[in-house]
Each structure stands twice: as structure tokens, then as C-alpha cells.
Write a protein that binds this ligand. Structure first.
Ligand SMILES: [Zn+2]
Ligand SMILES: [Zn+2]
Length: 87
């Protein structure tokens, strides 16, 4: 599972989406304003019933994505479980 997800994150589609979000958020962590080790966090995950598969990381609307540094990202995942929605 993890490997599959990492493969998805290495795609051009994701790299483009990622750049778009980083730019929107001014290349800063939305939590602590750090500019180091930035990652993109999905606020929710979607399961597409029509195609019986998880939505691709780059198919999410930008409002579901947020820039976080690796520390805030890890802490966020320890504190909160990302909700899963059927779409
Ligand atoms: Zn941070
Ligand atoms: Zn995350």
C-alpha cells in the first residue's frame, strides 16, 4: 500500500499539483511558517465509487490540500485521523 502511494507521489501529475499548492501557500508551512522540508497534506481522502478506487492524489481540489513541514505533518497525523469520504 505504502509503496503504491509513493509511486503515485513520484508522478509528473503530482509534482505539478504539488508545485501549485506550494506556490499558493507561499512555500511555507501553514502551521509554523517553516520553509524547510515541506510536504503536501490531504485534509480528506476520497474513495470514488464509480471507479471503485481511491482518488489519485493530484485529482483532489486544491482546497483539500495544504502545505505542512514534515514536523507539523507528522504531528498532525498523530493527532488526527484523515477522514475518508465516498464520492
Ligand atoms: Zn510546520
Ligand atoms: Zn498528511
Amino acid at each position: 500500500m505504502t509503496t503504491e502511494y509513493q509511486t503515485l507521489l513520484a508522478t509528473d501529475q503530482w509534482q505539478q499539483k504539488r508545485q501549485q499548492i506550494l506556490k499558493r501557500d507561499d512555500y511555507k508551512c501553514c502551521c509554523c511558517n517553516s520553509t524547510q522540508n515541506l510536504q503536501i497534506h490531504h485534509r480528506q481522502y476520497h474513495f470514488v465509487k464509480a471507479s471503485d478506487s481511491k482518488q489519485k492524489p493530484w485529482e483532489y481540489k486544491s482546497r483539500y490540500l495544504i502545505t505542512l513541514c514534515v514536523k507539523c505533518h507528522q504531528r498532525g497525523h498523530e493527532l488526527f485521523k484523515v477522514p475518508f469520504f465516498n464520492v
